[in-house]
Ligand binder design. Structure first.
Ligand SMILES: Nc1ncnc2c1ncn2[C@@H]1O[C@H](COP(=O)(O)OP(=O)(O)OP(=O)(O)O)[C@@H](O)[C@H]1O
Length: 370
């Protein structure tokens, strides 16, 4: 077997996955260096900001492995290409997923360019995905550990960037990753998995959003227009959500929980229904904005695929039709609960991630019949 001689820059987050990624590449004979990115400037030293600790952990691992760690600040690019879009989506009443855009715009674009400047043709990350060349083209596959698979977040990364990236932990299961880190005495072996929005972190979301968007309180109504409560601002609510509505004790309704079923942006009204499985919480079809196809174009044969409409969801069978505007229409075999505009639909052909697009509209059987 030939020994790889190329230089690879590993995105070191200070977590266990990127630590083990760097280790594996060294074992495989690559010339490895690390890069810690800081993409959010605010809040240094507050309870939310873990960047300092993460950098220290990344440094400790690099010292242990004997590799160089670079640092870079892409906060301006993150703000312009990810965060502004994120705010615009909330303003439009949708619930965006900034990590998808962050991967496309920062981790697999700005980072790649930066790595090139450092003299590396390849980068690596600790994402749980695999890359495989089929028919001469790089394909993005789900991580071997389906429990940790992160292809949902990488579906908008173009083929050319996938081809220049190594995913050293995609072929192993998470418990094994921790065991490897433990065996090699890496400081991150037992570190908790990160949660929250990448680079922004975990924080009281409504407080955070309020700093950037004015809250416009309004009424909560039933689909028939009966006013049953007040909301703090439509952006704070997600379809299908139960908690935080503050409705209860209404004599004219049974004592059953209420769920968010829709947002009427024009009237600033939040629509709520009773019962976790109310028909208005289900959609049997949707349309997306223009798709990001990893291969740059839709699959040669349209038709039957599986899809996810949110990260932690098992794939569901569906039929797709491509539209002239670059989006797709998707018809699910079974209605899906709480399909949310602004989130992404991601399509799969077995383990191959084909791409995805932001959900623009959804319909349920009643609406289709009307
Ligand atoms: N601040 C950062 N600097 C450099 N690379 C990063 C940074 N944050 C994330 N990455 C890269 O993106 C990958 C996936 O990030 P994610 O936030 O999903 O972390 P994760 O799956 O918990 O991985 P890890 O255990 O390495 O933190 C990381 O493994 C790392 O390669």
């Amino acid at each position: 077997m030939s020994v790889p001689t190329g230089k690879v820059i590993v995105g070191m987050s200070g977590g266990v996955d990127s630590s083990v990624s760097a280790l594996r590449l060294l074992e495989q004979g690559y010339q490895v260096e690390g890069l810690f990115m800081k993409n959010w400037d605010e809040d240094d030293g507050t309870e939310y900001c873990t960047a300092k600790d993460d950098l220290a952990d990344a440094q400790a691992v690099c010292d242990r492995l004997g590799i160089k760690l670079h640092t870079a600040n892409f906060a301006a690019e993150y703000w312009d290409n990810v965060f502004e879009h994120f705010l615009a989506e909330y303003k439009a009443g949708r619930t965006p997923n900034p990590d998808i855009l962050c991967n496309r715009e920062i981790k697999f674009k700005v980072f790649l360019d930066y790595a090139e400047m450092l003299g590396a043709e390849m980068i690596a990350t600790g994402h749980y995905v695999r890359q495989q060349v089929r028919d001469g083209r790089p394909r993005l596959l789900k991580g071997l550990d389906h429990n940790k698979d992160q292809s949902y977040f990488l579906h908008a990364v173009p083929e050319a960037a996938i081809a220049r990236t190594l995913f050293p932990v995609g072929e192993i299961e998470k418990p094994e990753v921790r065991a490897i880190a433990e065996r090699h005495g890496l400081a991150t072996a037992r570190k908790k998995d990160s949660t929250g929005i990448c680079f922004i972190g975990e924080r009281r979301f409504s407080d955070f959003l309020r700093q950037y968007l004015p809250a416009q309180p309004g009424t909560i109504q039933t689909p028939d227009g009966d006013v049953i409560g007040e909301h703090m601002g439509l952006m704070y609510y997600t379809l299908g959500q139960r908690q935080g509505l503050g409705i209860g004790g209404l004599a004219r309704y049974p004592e059953e929980p209420w769920y968010v079923a829709g947002k009427d942006l024009e009237r600033n009204v939040l629509i709520a229904v009773q019962g976790k499985h109310h028909p208005l919480l289900y959609s049997d079809s949707l349309a997306t904005e223009a798709m990001d196809w990893i291969a740059g174009e839709p699959p040669a044969t349209e038709g039957r695929f599986t899809a996810k409409t949110r990260y932690r969801q098992s794939d569901v069978p569906c039929t797709i039709r491509t539209c002239d505007d670059g989006g797709v229409e998707v018809l699910f075999d079974d209605p899906q609960r709480a399909v949310t505009p602004g989130q992404s639909l991601v399509l799969y052909d077995n383990d191959i991630c084909l791409g995805g697009g932001v959900i623009r509209s959804t319909w349920n059987a009643q609406e289709r019949a009307a």
